[in-house]
Every structure is written in structure tokens, then in C-alpha cells.
Design a protein around this ligand. Structure first.
Ligand code: BES
Ligand code: ZN
Ligand code: ZN
Length: 504
């Protein structure tokens, strides 16, 4: 099936049978069919089952090479027990099968989905199959645009979903279509986040996003420093003051074609610090290269916005992305400087490395102008986020229980966990300033993630519903999940924010 994707994804076909070099079958544990492995199954596989090597246990993947020229290779993958099976298990299975496929240099793969969907209701199948495809494709992502030798020459050329059930064609077509859009948008987020900051400048992202908006029918507005100054966004501007590269504000506007009365308006906001050196409060050199990923909040919101738009969201979406480079220089903002924000509040900058909250403060204030029903921002805001939560869930803060419930519902659908932390005003005491309305940091490393959120809260007007997600702990190097690259951007939460934007 041809799809209009940004990335060249391995073509995906479907039908009753296929001609190719390798066919994958799926089996549940403690299932009669697995034990018997029906008559047509080659003896090699029957033997694997008989001698107990293959039981259908989760995460088990076997490759049996066809012994004659005219015999195809077989992959058998275990799904674990049916009662413990979830879409996330399907996602993991997809990744493990894909990794085996690339190891064995398979060129054309058939995937027998009847085994994978055995005993699933239609609704269940509608989450199992996309999850499997996501795991499969996401695990094969590479960022090799700057490598002289690409590893693409032995790539898988085609995938064929095989099913006995012919009635499902239209249904399958829709699932494939939507899954490829999801994967494409996550790849886009990963590409943006992985881009080194000598290429991935604020101007680069503004141009790329403008082009994407044109392709997918969204409105796009870009503001440079002069326009941001007219908007009184001094808090945003002070972050890029030390950089030779111009800061940019990008606003994407998606309006649904069918304007249903019940539709809501969601505003998404992302931190886009293209490189965070710390500024005058310079970071130590160790792993400073990771700070090219400090625009992952923006990359995530771009991916989520395009995903929701391409999937035909009925809700309106306004996305605000604030790009700036945090550098030390003779023009850089210095500790002790006091800056007036767009909302009129004054901030004493005691640490120029707490810059994400500065760009976001003005972006959040700007988002109010569009009169959305809810504002959700995300950022690689604090290292303390990893201290608080490790790597399994990012931190969620919100001033509204319904927004919390809606976001949690989205994470249930996408299986990308969030964990809510308190947003109590008492924490504001720590960032009261002697000279201004607030400081951008406190001289205390404990509870740093919460203080970041409390700072942002100062830019939310009474009555506005708002949530903040600090994804610093999950933005990159998430290879413990086989569908994520070992090094580099994960693209996590693109699906969650898209789901939220579409369903709020
Ligand atoms: N971009 C960093 C946060 C970060 C750290 C993201 C590690 C990913 C990995 C942020 O701008 C920052 O430097 N935050 C400071 C805040 C502090 C100065 C209050 C931090 O976390 O140390
Ligand atoms: Zn910083
Ligand atoms: Zn930062």
C-alpha cells in the first residue's frame, strides 16, 4: 500500500497469501495450537515445540532457515499467555521480530496476523495490530544522515500482512494507514530531536515546520526576535541573547474541516532550546552533547500536532513552539539580571541554566491569546526529573482534575506512563526573590522538578486549565525498550499528546 509519508517506510501490503522469503507466525503460551503446531508446519518447528524449546513464551523468537531453494524461511514468535497479552506486549514482539528480521537480512517478510489476533475482539485487535506495527517500524529507526556509509543496503524491501479473513480488508487498510502516520510522526520527532545544533538551529526548525504545515494544510506563523520584542516576550528573548543564532517563535494552527459544535480547542506548547550550554551558568562538559536534545518538547508537540491533524482530529489545535539557543557570550543574560515577562511579572535570573521555564513562561502567556479550552506544555525541563522518577514515567503536573483524568486516559490508550506530582503553591516560597516577583531557580537541588512546574504556573491565568509534562528523563537514550534506539531520541509521548489533543 502506498502512503504519503515524510519518511520512506518499508511498503506494507496485505492479502491472503504472499510470495517472499520469510513468513512469521505467532503463538500463545499454553495454547493447544502451539503444542500441536498444526500439520502443515515444517518438521523443524514441530520439533522445536515437541522438545520444549518453543513454548510460545513472551519474547521468544526463533528463525528457521528454509532448507531447500524453494522453501521459505520461518519465524515463530511467542506472545506469552493470552490472558496477559496487551498492546504493549505486541509492540515489544513487533520490535523483537523486526530486529531478528534485520539480523537475518530478510528481504521480503510475510506476517501472519491471524495468530497475533487469535481470540481478540475487534476492539482489542484495533489496538494490538497498530501496536505491533509501531514496535516493528520504530525499532528499525536510524539517524544516519551524517554517516558516509549508510547501513541501508540490506534493508527489508517489503512487508505483507497475511490473513485468511478476507472480510477485513477495508478495516485492515485503515489500521495500516493510521499506523504508518503514527510511525511517520514519531520518526519526525526523533529526527528533529537528533539533529545536531549546528544544523538544528531555531531558523532550521522554523523553516521545516513551515514546510510541513504547508504539506498538511495547517496555518503557520513564524516570529523572529523583532516581532517577539513587539510582543513583549523579553523572558523568551533573554535566553537567546548570548547566541549568534536568531530565536524564533513558531505557531501552528490546525482547524478541523468539519466544525462540530462539541469540538474543543487544545493548545500544545513545547520547549525548543536547540542547544543548552547553560549560558553564563555554564554546564560541566561531561555529556553536554546531549543538550542538542533540549528542544525535544517542541519536537514532540510538532509530531503530536501533525499526527492529530493527519488522523483528522475533530478538535482545533494551536501549537506554540519557542526556539532559542542558550549560549554564554558578551551579550548573554547574567545571573542577577531582572527581566520583565510578557505577562508583566518580573523574574530575577539567578541561574541561566534554568532557561526552559523562561522560554515557556512567555509561550504559555501567548497561548492564552488564542483562547483554548486547555493548554498542555512539555519540556526537557529538569535533570531532577530523572532523580524523582527514573526512566519509566515522566512527571505530570496540572491545575485541573479533569485534565489529569483525560491525560491519564490517553496514557492508558498509548501505554506511555505519566506520574502526577504535586503543584502546591507552598513550593513557590522557595523561589521568592528579594528584588523581583520571583527567581527562576532556588539554591536547592531537592524537589527541582516541582519548582520548575511551580514557576510555569505563574504564567497561567485564573480559570485556565493547564498541564505541564517534564519529559527530561525519557527524551533520549531509552533503549531498554526494544522499539527505541539505544542512543538518541525516543519520540515518547507523541502518541499520548496526539491522543489527548484528539479526544479531549
Ligand atoms: N535542559 C536542562 C534539563 C535537562 C537536564 C534535560 C538533563 C535533560 C537532561 C535544563 O535547562 C536545566 O539545565 N535545568 C537545570 C535547572 C536548575 C538550574 C534549576 C537542572 O536540571 O539542573
Ligand atoms: Zn538549562
Ligand atoms: Zn534546558
Amino acid at each position: 500500500m502506498k502512503s504519503d509519508t515524510i519518511h520512506s517506510l518499508t511498503p506494507l501490503h496485505f492479502g491472503k497469501s504472499f510470495e517472499g522469503d520469510t513468513l512469521a507466525h505467532f503463538y500463545f503460551q499454553n495454547d493447544k495450537k502451539t503444542a500441536a503446531l498444526h500439520g502443515e508446519t515444517p518438521t523443524e518447528i514441530q520439533d522445536l515445540a515437541k522438545n520444549g524449546t518453543f513454548t510460545g513464551a513472551a519474547k521468544s523468537v526463533f528463525f528457521v532457515r528454509g532448507s531447500y531453494i524453494d522453501q521459505i524461511n520461518l519465524i515463530i514468535a511467542g506472545l506469552g499467555t493470552k490472558k496477559d497479552f496487551t498492546p504493549e506486549k505486541a509492540r515489544l514482539t513487533g520490535a523483537m521480530v523486526a530486529n531478528r528480521v534485520s539480523l537475518e537480512k530478510v528481504k521480503s517478510l510475510g506476517i501472519n496476523i491471524d495468530g497475533l489476533l487469535k481470540g481478540s475482539s475487534k476492539a482489542m485487535a484495533e489496538s494490538i495490530l497498530p501496536a505491533f506495527l509501531e514496535g516493528f517500524y520504530l525499532s528499525q529507526y536510524t539517524f544516519d544522515k551524517y554517516k558516509s556509509q549508510k547501513n541501508g543496503n540490506q534493508k527489508l524491501e517489503s512487508i505483507h500482512l497475511v490473513s485468511e479473513d478476507r472480510r477485513n480488508e477495508a478495516w485492515l487498510k485503515k489500521i495500516i494507514h493510521d499506523s504508518l502516520i503514527t510511525i511517520d510522526c514519531i520518526f519526525l520527532t526523533r529526527d528533529f530531536s537528533n539533529e545536531p545544533s549546528n544544523h538544528g538551529t531555531p531558523e532550521f526548525y522554523a523553516n521545516e515546520i513551515s514546510k510541513l504545515c504547508k504539506t498538511y494544510g495547517l496555518k503557520c506563523k513564524v516570529m523572529g526576535e523583532a516581532e517577539a520584542r513587539k510582543e513583549k516576550m523579553e523572558l523568551f528573548l533573554c535566553v537567546g541573547a548570548g547566541s549568534d543564532r536568531e530565536s524564533k517563535v513558531v505557531i501552528m494552527e490546525y482547524t478541523p474541516k468539519t466544525g462540530a459544535k462539541s469540538a474543543n480547542h487544545v493548545s500544545l506548547v513545547g520547549k525548543g532550546v536547540t542547544f543548552d550550554s547553560g549560558g553564563i551558568s555554564l554546564k560541566p562538559g561531561m555529556r553536554m552533547e546531549d543538550m542538542k536534545h533540549d528542544m525535544t518538547g517542541s519536537a514532540t508537540m510538532v509530531g503530536a500536532t501533525l499526527m492529530a491533524a493527519r488522523l483528522g482530529s475533530k478538535n482545533k489545535i494551536t501549537t506554540i513552539l519557542v526556539f532559542a539557543e542558550n549560549m554564554p557570550s558578551g551579550k548573554a543574560t547574567q545571573p542577577g539580571n531582572i527581566i520583565k515577562a510578557r505577562n508583566g511579572k518580573t523574574v530575577e535570573i539567578i541561574n541561566t541554566d534554568a532557561e526552559g521555564r523562561l522560554v515557556l513562561g512567555d509561550a504559555l502567556d501567548l497561548a492564552h491569546d488564542y483562547e483554548p479550552d486547555v493548554i498542555v506544555d512539555t519540556a526537557t525541563l529538569t535533570g531532577a526529573c530523572s532523580v524523582a522518577l527514573g526512566k519509566l514515567a515522566s512527571a505530570l503536573f496540572t491545575n485541573d482534575d479533569k485534565v489529569s483524568k483525560a491525560l491519564m486516559k490517553s496514557t492508558e490508550a498509548t501505554e506511555e506512563a505519566l506520574w502526577q506530582l504535586p503543584l502546591w503553591d507552598e513550593y513557590f516560597e522557595d523561589i521568592k526573590s528579594n528584588y523581583a516577583d520571583m527567581m527562576n531557580s532556588a539554591n536547592d537541588s531537592n524537589g527541582g522538578t516541582i519548582r520548575g512546574a511551580i514557576f510555569l504556573k505563574q504564567f497561567i491565568k485564573p480559570g485556565m486549565k493547564w498541564a505541564h509534562i517534564d519529559l527530561a528523563n525519557r527524551a533520549y537514550d531509552q533503549g531498554y525498550l526494544p522499539y527505541n534506539p539505544r542512543k538518541g531520541s525516543s519520540g515518547v509521548y507523541v502518541r499520548t499528546f496526539a491522543h489527548f489533543a484528539m479526544n479531549y
